[in-house]
Ligand binder design. Sequence first.
Ligand SMILES: *Cc1c(COP(=O)(O)O)cnc(C)c1O
Length: 228
Amino acid sequence: MKVAEKLEVIKLKVEEACRKSGRSAADVKIIAVTKYVTTERAKEALDAGVSHLGENRDEGLLEKWQVLGNKPVWHFIGSLQTRKVKSVIDKLDYIHSLDRLSLADEINKRTSSKIKCLVQVNVSGESSKHGLSPNEVVGFIERLADFPNIRVDGLMTMAPFTNDENQLRKCFITLRELRDKVQKCKFDHAPCHELSMGMSNDFSIAVEEGATMVRIGTALVGEDEQEV
Ligand SMILES: *Cc1c(COP(=O)(O)O)cnc(C)c1O
């Protein structure tokens, strides 16, 4: 299926989830996760009207950036090694995977202007997942005030790999409540309005629970070129 058709399906589902929860679809950014696909396919997504692209590795980002430049809004969604920051930082609009002070320090050093970061939270507690545990988040964000180039725009999580709707919903609610808690702190460096949650299999539930950014790979651009 063409990306344009898949995009229509996803938009309808986002609208439906917004209707159910009394939200506006304009408040949900759809990020096409292009990590599995070619630059050509990423370009097809842009032509179809997607304006946000997400990559989880520096190689994938740099390869696509060479061709697409800063036309899309670029999101880095994967775990970011400190030594890789230098090569990607000036290409990115958002980093979704801030999870340690050493990374914040490096980001802060390598950028000359403020960069929007999301703090990654491991809500489900699975050991395979990156991110802070929920009870560490407020203290961590408080300490990010030491890094003037870091602005905490929100929180990000990856839900557990399950089809259990209740478990998924619980995870998204936890992240939303945590976001609200951070907002109540009114840190100057952490407006924290974004909630990056929801992927191909669970984005409808995530939107119902307040996602402002959904990260969709498989359902939008496919897993690989063969699918085209
Ligand atoms: C790959 C990936 C996605 C997209 O996953 P799909 O299930 O293909 O939609 C979203 N977020 C992160 C962090 C990812 O690594």
